[in-house]
Design a protein around this ligand. Structure first.
Ligand code: SF4
Ligand code: SF4
Length: 254
């Protein structure tokens, strides 16, 4: 039974439409940026740290808390302010102060991801649904710049949805930390590969090194592939030491 104070929910697909508009001046402006759980992906952290002119290390320390899932995967959550309304640290009278780099879930709202499609949640407190402005889901995603986020998030999901976890495995603390450092703390990973003997150990083509040098998005893609190699022996990383390579190949065949 739907009463007028409860959320209305429906599952939509890409070509389905919904009516919605959010803008400064609407009387509910900013109320949705309070007391909310926002889970951040590695790409969210990369963009938000750039949007706040902080290193990923500083951003994570200042604005996030990290929990662990049952599988030992890091769950990074945006820390709300410790004020009465538990506001997002980035909300201002003008709206979101990091609008161009706001996270995936803020872009998607009022849509949520769901296994069956896109979940539209109509909250009675959100007056955006009274608008006549109509969107298909595909148009909404384009307008909110979600497609770039989806590509990066899908790559990260190739770690979190890996069959390794479906078989009931769990990461130990050391591996969970390695994953977090490589994927979420991209400036730390940058130091790790460019300021250590990483390229003396791994046989990486010059072209790839050039591509990831100074380009954090390419570096994040590289970090995700490296983590998959370390955790699951997936992928094409080769060591320079031939004897170590043979050992690895044998391990991969087991
Ligand atoms: S509650 Fe809805 S309409 Fe109001 S500011 Fe938030 S998203 Fe926009
Ligand atoms: S990041 Fe921006 S859009 Fe998201 S909750 Fe905070 S202020 Fe609102």
């Amino acid at each position: 039974m739907n009463d007028k104070n409860s959320d209305k929910e429906q599952i939509l697909s890409l070509n389905d439409t919904f009516r919605f508009s959010c803008h400064k001046g609407i009387s509910c402006f900013n109320i949705c940026c309070r007391d909310v759980n926002i889970f951040l992906t590695p790409y969210d952290v990369l963009r938000m740290s750039e949007g706040t002119d902080l290193s990923s290390t500083e951003f994570l320390k200042k604005y996030t808390i990290t929990l662990l899932t049952d599988e030992g995967l890091p769950l990074v959550v945006l820390k709300m302010l410790d004020d009465e309304s538990k506001s997002c640290p980035f909300v201002s009278d003008e709206g979101c102060s990091i609008y161009l780099d706001r996270p995936w879930s803020c872009r998607m709202y009022p849509l949520f991801s769901s296994e069956e499609g896109y979940l539209l949640k109509e909250k009675p407190s959100c007056l955006g649904f009274q608008s006549e402005k109509q969107w298909t889901i595909a148009e909404w995603k384009r307008a909110q710049g979600i497609n770039d986020y989806d590509k990066m998030n899908d790559l990260y999901k190739s770690i979190t949805s890996h069959e390794y976890f479906q078989k009931g495995n769990r990461l130990d603390a050391g591996r969970a930390r390695m994953l977090y450092k490589a994927c979420y703390d991209i400036d730390e990973f940058n130091k790790f590969i460019f300021k250590t003997r990483f390229f003396d150990i791994y046989d990486i083509e010059e072209e790839i090194i050039d591509k990831i040098y100074g380009d954090k998005e390419e570096l994040l893609k590289f970090a995700i592939l490296w983590v998959k190699f370390i955790l699951f022996s997936d992928g094409m990383f080769k060591l320079k030491d031939e004897s170590m390579n043979k050992l690895l190949q044998e391990k991969n065949r087991e």
